[in-house]
Write a protein that binds this ligand. Structure first.
Ligand code: PGA
Length: 251
C-alpha cells in the first residue's frame, strides 16, 4: 500500500444541466459522507460548475472543470481561464483529455501551457495521457506516453510538477466498455512513474498520484485499485449516476 491518498474523479463530459447537477449532488452527497479514504471530485460542464459548487458547500466533494485556456483574461472568444474557474470555486481542472486531443487538435504545447495556467491560478491539474489502439498494437505505448510526458509535463519546474495529478487513459478503453487489464494499467503506471522519477526524482515519483481512466465501473474498480501504482480513477460514463459513482468511490 502506498501512502498516496486516492482520488476518485467523475468526468461528466457533455452531460448534465445545472438542474441535473443539483439533483446528482443531492443524491450523491449523503452516500459518500463517510468516504474519508479518498478525495472525491466531480467535473461538470462549465455552465453547471456554479450549481456543483453551491451544492457541495461544506463537504469534501471537490469541483473541477474539463478544460481551460491559458492567461488571465483577454480577447479570446468562447474560452474560459483558470482565473475564472478559481473564482467560480473550482479546485481541479482536466487537461489534455484524449477527446480534446482528438477532436480539437490539442498538442503537448497546449497541455503544457494549460497546466502552467492551472497551477498559476491555484487549480490542481489532472493531466491525461494515453495511447491509441494502433499505438498499443504497434508496440508504441511507451514511446507515446514518453512523448506526452516529455512535452506536456517535463518542462514544468519541480514546484509546478508537485501540484500535478496524472491520469493514464488508454484511448481504446474510453467509453468502449474495454478496460485495460489491471496488469496493463499497472505496467503503464509504472512506466509513467519511472518517467517522473527520471525527471523530478524518486521522492516526487513516490508522491505523484496517477489515476487510471477508461471504462472504470463498479465491478472492475476493486481489482484496478488493488494495483500498487494506481492511485484512483477518472470515470466517465459510470460517474453520471449517483449510485454507480458511489460504488466506485467506495470500492
Ligand atoms: P469512460 O470515460 O469511463 O466513460 O470510459 C473515462 C474518461 O474519458 O475520462
Amino acid at each position: 500500500m502506498s501512502n498516496r491518498k486516492p482520488l476518485m474523479a467523475g468526468n461528466w463530459k457533455m452531460y448534465k444541466t445545472a438542474a441535473e447537477t443539483r439533483a446528482f449532488v443531492e443524491a450523491f452527497r449523503p452516500m459518500v459522507v463517510d468516504a474519508a479514504h479518498c478525495d472525491i471530485a466531480i467535473f461538470p460542464p462549465f455552465v453547471s460548475v456554479p450549481a456543483a459548487v453551491a451544492e457541495t458547500q461544506g463537504c469534501d466533494i471537490g469541483v473541477g472543470a474539463q478544460n481551460l485556456y491559458w492567461g488571465k483574461e483577454g480577447a479570446v472568444t468562447g474560452e474560459i481561464t483558470g482565473h475564472m474557474l478559481q473564482a467560480a470555486g473550482c479546485k481541479y481542472v482536466i487537461i489534455g483529455h484524449s477527446e480534446r486531443r482528438q477532436y480539437f487538435g490539442e498538442t503537448e504545447a497546449d497541455v503544457l501551457r494549460k497546466t502552467q495556467a492551472a497551477i498559476e491560478f491555484g487549480l490542481t491539474p489532472v493531466v491525461c495521457v494515453g495511447e491509441k489502439l494502433e499505438d498499443r498494437e504497434g508496440g508504441k505505448t511507451e514511446a507515446v506516453l514518453a512523448a506526452q510526458f516529455d512535452g506536456g509535463l517535463g518542462p514544468l519546474t519541480p514546484e509546478q510538477f508537485a501540484k500535478v495529478v496524472i491520469a493514464y487513459e488508454p484511448v481504446w478503453a474510453i467509453g468502449t466498455g474495454k478496460t485495460a487489464t489491471p496488469q496493463m494499467a499497472a505496467d503503464a503506471h509504472k512506466f509513467i512513474r519511472g518517467k517522473v522519477a527520471e525527471k523530478f526524482g524518486a521522492a516526487q515519483a513516490g508522491a505523484t498520484r496517477i489515476l487510471y481512466g477508461g471504462s472504470v465501473k463498479p465491478d472492475n474498480v476493486k481489482t484496478l485499485m488493488a494495483e500498487e501504482d494506481i492511485d484512483g480513477a477518472l470515470v466517465g460514463g459510470a460517474s453520471l449516476d449517483p449510485k454507480s459513482f458511489t460504488a466506485i468511490v467506495k470500492y
